[in-house]
Design a protein around this ligand. Structure first.
Ligand code: C2E
Ligand code: CA
Ligand code: CA
Length: 513
């Protein structure tokens, strides 16, 4: 089984990790600085606004303004007024300030805002931003838990974990998250500096080589650390927001402004190590750089009817961004998530044909994923739409198999081509015998019905081996790569499957829509 392409995949991984890993960790460090700066700036702006309102004491009339500032700026836990000894004057607001030791102070820069690092009696670290209130000498201060300045460095339920720390310029720890890999262990590390608040962010990522007796496939278990970390940090940038008064209007604005963009998660052939394609997963990239995951806005897009325009826009963006790379490699497939409601209307067939016609992507390269989670409203119409799409050469997959209410046999009557085994069943591999039986049953069924199987959310090498032994051909998951931004995905495609001279002109002639 360990054929030449697997060797090529392994050597690609080596090179890719060395080049991309360091670059991605450096970019993760810059993002960590960006995240902490963004939150501190949000707090500083709240303090500026209070100073402008003339809040300089704990007079009863000022308390509502202090409370409003705490509420309006997401990272702030409390706002108070300090006397000349920097003691809080507003007794009912200062509980978190009581009994805190001052560890260090980063003096004010041009903006007049100083940053104190405090240690609370419960061991928690807090950042305290301070500025003069109006004429002084009183100061107003905002308290921010240090944990809110740090990126997320691990994925819940996964063994993947990185380490991040923020330090002042003179090396005093502001806060840290994750476990620092021991010095001897091979790893990537990068540091970036904030000029605005004079701190440094350091990110460290271990290589995680899982033990295996199969030398050929061993490196499949080597997680692409830099990319995973970049993704983790991106997750961390998914922020709790209290704005967006009209969320539908806000989403519509985002769509019109081109803020809803495709990410690409590679789908790998686990028998050969070759790339089979990618699944497109939408991300909302806000102007300040924060990334919002689809779980936060797809339900709204579906209930407001915007999902159709959003899905069209996403397909067009993929044609422009990745059309050439995909079209030049006819073996690659590109999958889109299609909300069930889109299949209820036959006009989607014409839309799909129009979107891809004249682009390098052939309809035979397109896969549409319909989720089993939502009940199918009009079974007959859905089945007709699916048949018409298959008539164009498009393939249909059922997503999240095993998690829905419709029942698999009902879903299979739709006549689909591929089933995607949900992460909850993949997670249980090696832990729960019953669940393994579910995976086996699904795979048997799919093979009997001549359908392809894709396993989702594959995170460990052990899962790869188990699935491969069952005869599963394709898998996606963090063990290979997380969803990647377009540029990283295109680099990966070029590295894994370079275009031969014979195919380049074809790619060059083809133009994106
Ligand atoms: P899905 O279609 O089941 O996509 C797989 C989800 O699992 C993605 O989450 C992906 O990032 C995540 N994932 C992949 N590998 C792993 C892994 O190894 N471990 C873990 N823990 N997670 C993994 P994401 O991107 O947050 O998307 C969530 C859901 O949002 C998708 O679930 C899909 O149902 C929906 N969605 C995403 N993009 C679109 C879209 O363009 N249209 C529609 N209608 N739905 C979309
Ligand atoms: Ca999907
Ligand atoms: Ca799924």
């Amino acid at each position: 089984m360990a054929g030449a392409s697997l060797v090529a995949f392994n050597s690609w991984l080596d090179g890719f990790i060395a080049r991309q890993g360091q670059a991605e960790v450096a970019s993760a460090a810059r993002r960590a600085v960006g995240l902490a700066e963004f939150r501190l700036q949000e707090a500083a702006a709240a303090l500026d606004a209070l100073a402008l309102q003339g809040v300089n004491s704990c007079a009863a009339g000022n308390i509502p303004a202090l409370r409003a500032a705490t509420f309006a700026a997401a990272p702030i836990k409390a706002v108070t007024v300090l006397d000349s000894d920097r003691q809080s004057l507003c007794a009912d607001l200062d509980a978190p300030f009581a009994g805190a030791d001052l560890l260090t102070t980063v003096p004010a820069g041009a903006d007049g805002v100083s940053l104190d690092i405090m240690l609370l009696s419960n061991g928690e670290r807090m950042a305290r931003l301070r500025r003069i209130a109006g004429e002084g000498p009183a100061e107003i201060a905002a308290l921010i838990p240090v944990s809110l300045l740090l990126p997320q460095v691990s994925i819940p339920g996964s063994s993947v974990s990185a380490y991040a720390q923020l330090t002042t310029r003179d090396g005093i720890l502001i806060g840290a998250v994750g476990l620092r890999p021991p010095g001897a262990e091979a790893r990537f590390a990068a540091t970036a500096a904030s000029d605005t608040f004079a701190f440094n962010a350091e990110i460290v990522v271990p290589y995680g080589i899982l033990p295996s007796e199969n030398a050929g496939l061993k490196r499949l278990g080597l997680i692409l650390p830099g990319i995973v970390v970049a993704m983790l940090i991106i997750c961390a940038l998914v922020m709790r927001r209290r704005d967006a008064e009209n969320p539908v209007a806000e989403l519509q604005r985002a769509l019109a402004a081109g803020e809803l963009i495709p990410y690409y998660q590679p789908i790998v052939d686990i028998r050969s190590g070759k790339l089979r394609g990618a699944e497109v997963l939408v991300r909302w990239r806000k102007p300040d750089g924060t990334l919002v995951l689809p779980g936060a806005f797809i339900p709204l897009a579906e209930s407001s009817g915007m999902i159709r325009a959003m899905t069209h826009d996403l397909m067009k963006r993929v044609c422009v961004e990745a059309g050439r790379a995909i079209g030049a490699r006819p073996g690659l497939k590109i999958s889109f998530n299609f909300a069930g409601q889109l299949f209820g209307d036959q006009s989607i067939v014409k839309d799909v044909r129009n979107i891809f016609s004249g682009t390098p992507i052939k309809l035979s390269q397109v896969v549409l994923e319909v989720t089993e989670r939502d009940p199918i409203e009009n079974f007959t119409a859905t089945r007709q739409t699916i048949a018409a799409l298959q008539g164009l050469g498009v393939r249909i997959a059922i997503d999240d198999v095993g998690t829905g209410h419709s029942g698999l046999s009902y879903m299979l009557k739709l006549g689909v081509d591929i089933i995607k085994i949900d992460k909850i069943f993949v997670d249980a591999i090696g832990t729960d015998r019953n669940s393994n039986t579910i995976v086996e049953t699904l795979v048997d069924l799919a093979h009997n019905m001549r359908m392809d199987v894709v396993a989702e959310g594959v995170e460990t090498f052990e899962q790869v081996m188990y699935l491969r032994d069952l005869g599963v051909r394709s898998a996606q998951g963090y063990v290979f790569a997380p969803p990647l931004p377009g540029s990283a995905f295109l680099q990966l495609v070029d590295a894994i499957d370079p275009l031969t001279a014979a195919r380049v002109p074809e790619a060059g002639r083809a133009s994106a829509a």
